[in-house]
Design a protein around this ligand. Structure first.
Ligand code: ADP
Ligand code: ZN
Ligand code: ZN
Length: 745
């Protein structure tokens, strides 16, 4: 391409990125003008000299050639955080596919003045001795919500109201009652800049274990030596990873650098935040979805001005405009929420590495169950790997029983509880201990399996399970293959070939039937429409308001219930039979997390995994909490079938008003590529086919996949298709690209 023109915006703000101005690049500056560079341009009628940023390049004028103006010069002191953000946006646009405007809007915070908001805080109104006395009184009455507030107040005299409500899961009546007792005062504060007020009382680092100290010194040592790396800390929950992050950040801050810490929103607990505040005081801030646009913008401004050292938040905190970033930490790096679901569909892990490259920072990843991507790269020496294998807080790993549901059926047990699970549940009810029953319903995609032998109906071409449609057909959502639903199991002839339909509600009913006296709480997408009800259920369970908590994956993440000594996983295969190449990985992660819920307190825990496929490697290794064993088998499968991370995938999704149109466009794409590209350079094509979610909001969705060993080859395909779609100007059809997708379409 002959890119002799540049698009320039004169103000880096949400409102202005929609209207870039095109200028000609003078011959002398060709090659130097790239996205992110700051330039002097003549502007307006009087050709006033102003500064602008190059956001994109173009090969044609959008204006009569003789009228288009020329860039005057490159700005000499051009290294600004805006330049960095534009370079990041440009990389995201090229790497993931989207327009430059959409990419810019992703990285630039919405400018919005912070309104005069009234914020409340909680102030301790009595001596610590009195607080301690109250705690023991509350303990007798089992008022655990009150205890949580009082314990927090032992450490701090002033606490933000919102944190107490949201992160400690304490309801307003509890706080009002404490106020009536004269223990606390609730006060309003008319203006605040920081979502978390400074918390008095700093805390020094814990004496580190030898392993922890080694990791910190190694990473910081390499940084001092001029090396900027990506590091992966593989360590079970409670093995001291967060303490390692804190240690690294502390040294970065001492050098005058800043740090970004990504934590999945659901795991951003009060306890975690408190640890950061105690170490870094008011130079740390948090970014999350409860902040208003104005508050978010305000945090970004504080970071830009050098008022902050550390920001903690989910994915979007990556774009915090720090002047001198030292490190990006990504905790629970395997979490799916790190991948954006809207364009550009970026992954925070990959994007963090790119940001680190632009800003000269290091990246630290941590997980108990690393993503295949991160572990694969560690294996190739691209990430340095550290292992932390002991729980520092004591507590042993739970005892795990794997129950074969086919055997239960053979023995005449048709209940959703195996005999083992039933007897252990009874046991817990007698002992007054809590249990969690976990149903992985997200995996429920209408797959069909045999209750007698466990056989799952799969696509003969894709090795993924077929989905049952209402018309009785079994359909592959990868390639479009379909067949009629057989009456009997093709493997054993049994007539128990069924779709798995149990939901959390049915489980709750079954618990009531089997254990009429048990107090049950249920948590799933239906029972937690609002954020508040989610918090309410969790705090009620933490307070001992129920014996059994039934729920979906929401219950396995980020919450500690010390009184839970039994975890039942009702149908481990549900997530295994997703028509998705990541199903094994997701299942392993979920089972490992769920199992880890049992026995967090002083009492030992037990876990029952019920499954139709006890021989599946995801289940075997999860039961043993053996990550390496799982990885070794999973990576062979990915390599064999050329799925990420062994190779790369590009998903092209068409969303159309008419039923046929979207699929036809994708077919046109394939034909166009075959004309345009030589046979041997053509990537492996799968589809097009209707997407698993084939209709959404009255729009029809079709999907096309490409596989190739080299990511860059797929970027090329995306570029060709993007240009083609622009030229054809398809009406009422939108096209989305997704590289190495996390979910099925
Ligand atoms: P992870 O992030 O891997 O879950 P944490 O850093 O949160 O682990 O540590 C788990 C628990 O162990 C925390 O309560 C923490 O305070 C404690 N801990 C961490 N490091 C040490 C240490 N060196 N000595 C004693 N306790 C520690
Ligand atoms: Zn198929
Ligand atoms: Zn069978």
């Amino acid at each position: 391409m002959n890119e002799r023109y540049a698009d320039i915006i004169v103000d880096i703000s949400h409102e202005k990125v929609d209207r870039p101005f095109r200028y000609r690049i003078p011959d002398a500056l060709l090659g130097e003008i790239v996205p992110g560079v700051r330039v002097h341009v003549p502007f307006g009628k009087g050709n006033k000299d102003i500064l602008g940023y190059v956001v994109d390049l173009a090969d044609a004028a959008d204006y009569p050639e003789e009228k288009i103006k020329e860039i005057a010069a490159i700005d000499k002191d051009a290294a600004t955080v805006e330049s960095d953000l534009i370079r990041i946006a440009y990389w995201m646009k090229s790497h993931y596919g989207s327009t430059m405007i959409t990419a810019l809007k992703t990285v630039i915070p919405v400018k919005q003045k912070l309104k005069q908001a009234e914020k409340k805080k909680i102030i301790r109104r009595c001596e610590p001795e009195e607080i301690k006395r109250q705690i023991s009184i509350c303990a007798k009455k089992r008022q655990t919500a009150k205890i949580r507030v009082l314990e927090a107040l032992l450490d701090e005299e002033v606490l933000p109201y919102s944190l107490i409500r949201e992160k400690l899961n304490v309801a307003a009546p509890t706080l009002n009652s404490l106020e009536k007792q004269g223990m606390i005062a609730i006060e309003s504060e008319s203006y605040y800049r920081n979502p978390v007020k400074q918390i008095a009382g700093r805390e020094a680092a814990k004496p580190l274990s030898e392993k922890q100290r080694f990791i910190i010194e190694d990473i910081v040592g390499e940084y001092h030596g001029g090396k900027r790396g990506t590091y992966l800390i593989h360590g079970i929950t409670g093995s001291g990873k967060t303490e390692v992050y804190l240690g690294i950040i502390e040294q970065m801050v001492a050098m005058g650098k800043q740090a970004i810490v990504l934590i999945p929103e659901i795991a951003l607990t009060y306890q975690t935040l408190l640890r950061f505040y105690k170490r870094f005081g008011d130079r740390v801030s948090v970014m999350n979805s409860t902040l208003s646009m104005g508050e978010k913008y305000d945090q970004m401004e504080r970071a830009r001005k050098g008022e902050l050292d550390v920001i903690i938040g989910p994915r979007s905190a990556l774009f915090t405009p720090f002047p001198d970033l030292g490190v990006i930490v990504i905790d629970e790096e395997h979490e799916n929420s790190y991948k954006s679901e809207s364009m550009p569909k970026y992954h925070a892990r990959e994007t963090a590495m790119q940001i680190a490259k632009i800003k000269g920072a290091s990246v630290v990843l941590g997980s108990a169950t690393p993503s295949l991507e991160a572990y694969y790269r560690a294996g190739k020496g691209e990430h340095k790997l550290y292992q932390l294998s002991e729980r520092l807080t004591g507590g042993s790993l739970p005892k795990v029983y794997t129950i074969d549901l086919r055997e239960e059926l053979k023995e005449g047990n048709r209940s959703i509880f195996s005999r083992k699970l039933k007897s252990l549940l009874e046991n817990r009810l007698m002992a007054g201990e809590q249990s969690m029953l976990f149903l992985n319903r997200r995996g429920y995609a209408g797959f069909v399996s045999c209750r007698a032998c466990g056989h799952v109906m799969k696509c003969p071409h894709c090795d993924v399970s077929l989905s049952e449609h209402r018309n009785g057909k079994l359909v592959c959502h990868y390639c479009g293959y379909e067949e009629s639903r057989p009456k009997t199991c093709p493997a054993c002839g049994s007539k128990y070939l069924l779709g798995f339909k149990a939901g959390t509600e049915q489980i709750e009913e079954a618990v009531h039937k089997e254990f009429p006296t048990a107090r049950v709480l249920r948590m799933d997408a239906d029972s937690t429409r609002s954020k508040e009800s989610y918090e309410k259920i969790l705090s009620a369970f933490a307070d001992g308001a129920a014996d059994i908590l039934v729920g979906t994956q929401m219950i396995v993440k980020g919450h500690d219930f010390p009184n839970v000594t039994l975890v039942g996983i009702l149908a481990a295969d549900l997530s295994l039979n997703q028509n998705d190449y990541r199903a094994g990985e997701r299942t392993f992660q979920l089972l490992t997390q769920a199992a880890g819920r049992a026995g967090r307190g002083s009492k030992a825990g037990e876990v029952v995994i019920q499954t139709y496929q006890p021989e599946h490697y995801s289940i075997i290794h999860a039961a043993k909490q053996d990550y390496e064993g799982f990885y070794a088998e999973e990576i062979v499968y990915r390599e064999l079938l050329q799925y990420p991370p062994a190779a790369h995938m590009l998903a092209v999704l068409s969303i159309a008003k008419e039923e046929k149109a979207g699929g036809e466009v994708l077919q046109q794409f394939v034909r166009f590529l075959r004309e345009k590209i030589e046979e041997q350079a053509m990537p492996y094509v799968i589809g097009p086919a209707p997407a698993a979610l084939s209709r959404l909001n009255d729009l029809y969705r079709h999907i096309l996949y490409f596989k190739h060993a080299e990511y860059e080859k797929l970027v090329l395909i995306k570029d060709i298709l993007e240009a083609y779609a622009k030229e054809q100007d398809f009406k009422n059809i939108s096209i989305q690209f997704d590289f190495d997708p996390m979910t099925i379409y």
